[in-house]
Design a protein around this ligand. Structure first.
Ligand code: KMH
Ligand code: ZN
Length: 274
């Protein structure tokens, strides 16, 4: 089996310091969390940015500072969010793509998102895909429900996405696909040839789904964006602690952890030096 790619989703847009006291917020805190996650076995960091008051921002300058600080310390793959926070405009959400990070997320459909709606109109999805092509950024297709795979395949036909694709299944968001093994199997069956995939289970589903992915030959995403607990009722001490656990369990069942260089090869990204 291929080595495991671990993505650390360090910050997110919705989690607060009140809920998770160790949530990194400033560029320095986020870069420190990225470094610790990389040391624990993460080969990709999925980034969101925050303003000094803790609210979400897609400001290119804030992302630039986070990326600069991470790059000083390690060669982890940088993946910026284009989801941002619910209610942001497409132009706002696309700002970090202009920095030409190696990867960016691309959600290929709208979805109820707790009490909100995460809106991704067909027109905006095409615009996001075109902008990523223009800046040479590899998309990670974020799948909250099965129709989003169908839409990604349509974008391939339109020439807006290029095979092989990399998908991330975000399972267990209230209003979206449930965090079950059945869902995961169904989504994996829908993928085009040579696709790579990871799973991000929300809340208590993070660990069981990650374990399924380890055994199925998929990849995993963990971190405070998706889950703030280590176990029921016990908050995690850091993002790195969640990365370290899935790395340890994966090794225990005989699956080694990929370095950023190995992950770049698996994902078809160009090699870089730190
Ligand atoms: N914050 C969510 C509304 C992404 O990063 O691309 C969207 C999100 C997905 O987090
Ligand atoms: Zn995100």
């Amino acid at each position: 089996m291929t080595k495991l790619i671990i993505t650390a989703a360090l910050v997110g847009a919705e989690v607060t310091r009140n809920e998770q006291p160790h949530l990194p917020l400033t560029p320095t805190e986020i870069a420190d969390a990225a470094y610790d996650a990389w040391q624990a076995g993460a080969s990709i960091v999925h980034l969101h940015a925050r303003k000094p008051d803790g609210s979400s921002t897609q400001s290119a300058s804030v992302y630039a500072e986070i990326i600069r600080l991470i790059r000083q310390r390690c060669d982890v793959i940088i993946q910026v969010s284009t989801g941002g926070a619910v209610g942001m405009t497409a132009a706002e959400r696309l700002e970090p793509v202009t920095l030409k990070p190696e990867m960016a997320t691309l959600t290929t459909g709208s979805v109820n998102f707790g009490g909100d709606i995460f809106v991704n109109s067909p027109e905006d999805i095409e615009r996001f895909a075109r902008t990523m092509q223009q800046f040479g950024v590899k998309p990670e297709v974020e799948v909250f429900d099965s129709g989003m795979i169908t839409t990604a395949l349509r974008l391939v036909k339109q020439g807006l996405l290029t095979l092989p694709l990399h998908f991330d299944f975000v399972l267990g968001v209230p209003g979206a696909a449930p965090a079950t093994l059945k869902t995961l199997l169904h989504l994996v069956e829908m993928l085009p040839a040579a696709a790579t995939w990871s799973v991000a289970g929300i809340g208590a589903a993070e660990l069981p789904l990650a374990l399924h992915a380890v055994l199925m030959g998929g990849h995993v995403r963990v971190g405070f964006e998706d889950n703030i607990f280590y176990r029921k009722g016990v908050l995690a001490e850091s993002n790195a602690q969640l990365v370290e656990r899935i790395a340890r369990l994966s090794r225990e069942v005989g699956r080694e952890i990929g370095t950023p260089a190995e992950a770049r090869q698996m994902l078809g990204l160009a090699a870089v030096t730190a």
